[in-house]
Design a protein around this ligand. Structure first.
Ligand SMILES: [Cu+2]
Length: 161
């Protein structure tokens, strides 16, 4: 009898712990590879939360400073700026992509080569303030085409004139 109670308690604990990381699904995580002397790059992914969640902090061992940025129009100029948190509304896929939200990695400790697997840690906060971490493995992709190399110049801004 005692054994059963302990087992039940253990499984409750396990599910409470598992709940937070499983709360957010990550798809297609990647980092833009760098060229020589480049000191910053971006990480991109698709995030889908089961319940309302916010990404409140991001870190990576390859970068000294990591921020969440958004690209936004400011008087006809596309600029990026740091946001304190990235909201992940329940059930809605939030896409971090060139030209939109991205994880900005600055003060890089070395070059990022295509094929490198870059660990990225997201700190998530639930609606009731509970925090958990989510480990993401982002694969570095080469600077291939203009769309990924120059997100600021591509896209909507050109159509507004
Ligand atoms: Cu940025």
């Amino acid at each position: 009898m005692k054994k059963i109670i302990i087992a039940t308690l253990l499984s409750l604990t396990a599910s409470a712990w598992a709940q937070a990381p499983a709360n957010v699904e990550v798809k297609d995580a990647w980092v833009r590879a760098t060229v020589a002397q480049q000191k910053s790059t971006g990480a991109f992914m698709q995030l889908t939360a089961v319940a309302d969640t916010r990404v409140v902090q991001v870190s990576s061992p390859i970068a000294g400073v990591v921020e969440i940025h958004e690209m936004a129009m400011d008087k006809d100029v596309m600029r990026m700026r740091a946001v304190p948190a990235l909201p992940l509304p329940a059930g809605k896929t939030v896409e971090l992509k060139p030209g939109g939200y991205h994880v900005m990695m600055m003060d890089l400790k070395g070059p990022v080569k295509a094929g490198d697997v870059v660990p990225v840690t997201l700190v998530l906060e639930s609606k009731d303030g509970l925090r958990s971490t989510l480990e993401v493995k982002a694969v570095a992709r080469p600077l291939g085409n203009a769309a990924t190399a120059a997100p600021a110049a591509a896209g909507h801004s050109e159509h507004k004139h």
